[in-house]
Design a binder for this molecule. Structure first.
Ligand code: 3PG
Length: 231
């Protein structure tokens, strides 16, 4: 983890051992594939089939958003039954959800933004958090708390790839996962940037294909996404 060690040297005052380990874990899962699928699913059986298709297509890290009544059950089912998956929880907004997703077997968490209460709770727990940011100031505040890996949300309307390119020179240490409005067509614009490790998106697991149990279709979308190149 040469990159993470370099950042530890630069920001050792803000990155304790626990945060260093969490940032290293985030780097690993953001480098596992160029795309982290963002999924909205409400049926654990479908969640398992969908996750198997995503993993088969080359996308192991999967963000299960806490936006359905049975999202936690879907997360636990993927954690228990899908070999090779790195299940994460998305739309994590508070301390209670952090405790719940940890219990459900999440390996990482994603939030659309970052409140002090959420960050404090994440500091106390074992799971790495990929917090949402949309401005230089938000990134700098996260940097002061030892964060290097962040989500850029909502990417397409917050400025898109040109905005992230502009941030890469003054804030080179941040390694970013743009999410929100990302597609197979525009993902290369983001992945070409030096400060982008991966993108997040729901296009690889669309509702229509989940409703139709079209796991082959999802695997095909995952395969296309996993073939995207960085740099
Ligand atoms: C999310 O809902 O967290 C992401 O913004 C997914 O956005 P997308 O549906 O535009 O990919």
């Amino acid at each position: 983890m040469a990159f993470a060690f370099r950042n530890l040297l630069l920001y050792g005052d803000t990155m304790n051992k626990k945060q260093f380990d969490k940032q290293s874990q985030l780097e690993g899962l953001m480098m596992a594939a160029p795309v982290i699928p963002v999924v909205i699913v409400d049926d654990p059986k479908k969640a398992v089939q969908m996750a198997r298709a995503l993993v088969a297509g080359g996308l192991p890290a999967i963000e299960v958003t806490l936006r359905t009544a049975r999202a936690l059950d879907c997360l636990s089912a993927i954690a228990a039954d899908v070999e090779g998956a790195i299940p994460g929880a998305g739309t994590v907004l508070d301390a209670a959800q952090i405790a719940a997703v940890e219990k459900a077997g999440a390996k990482f968490m994603v939030s659309p933004g970052a409140s002090s209460k959420l960050l404090n709770a994440a500091d106390d727990g074992p799971l790495p958090l990929l917090p949402g940011t949309a401005t230089a100031s938000e990134m700098m505040e996260l940097g002061e708390r030892g964060y290097v890996h962040v989500k850029f949300f909502p990417a397409s309307v917050a400025g898109g790839a040109p905005y992230l390119k502009a941030l890469s020179s003054p804030l080179p240490r941040f390694k970013i996962c743009p999410t929100g409005g990302v597609s197979l067509a525009n993902a290369p614009d983001y992945l070409a940037l030096p400060n982008v490790l991966c993108v997040g998106g729901s296009w690889v697991a669309p509702k229509k294909l989940i409703d139709e149990d079209d796991w082959g279709g999802i695997e095909k979308l995952a395969r296309e996404a996993s073939a995207l190149k960085r740099g």
